[in-house]
Design a protein. Structure first.
Length: 93
């Protein structure tokens, strides 16, 4: 079961247009969590878990040979402010 709010809600919104989607990449919870922590630690971005998932998916695309010398744009859909109380997401170091 996923722990990423807003992803995999079990329904397709009416405004979703699959004709403009090239690919859907599934991201494991821990990859999203770790990427969220990495964004905070290395980039100083307090992003949310959905943003961590988006960045992780983009990093997977960036590793593909056909992505070499390409510009990849990622939109970060949430802030980490509401996740500060999620146990284990932002451990004190």
């Amino acid at each position: 079961m996923h722990k990423i709010q807003g992803i995999g809600a079990g329904f397709v919104p009416d405004n979703f247009n699959s004709a403009v989607v090239d690919e859907i990449i599934q991201v494991e919870n821990e990859h999203a969590y770790q990427t969220t922590r990495d964004l905070a630690k290395s980039e100083g971005l307090l992003a949310g878990i959905s943003s961590g998932a988006a960045v992780y998916a983009a990093s997977q695309i960036a590793r593909r040979p056909e992505s070499s010398n390409k510009v990849i744009v990622v939109l970060l859909p949430d802030t980490g402010e509401r996740y500060l109380s999620v146990e284990g997401l932002f451990p004190e170091q």
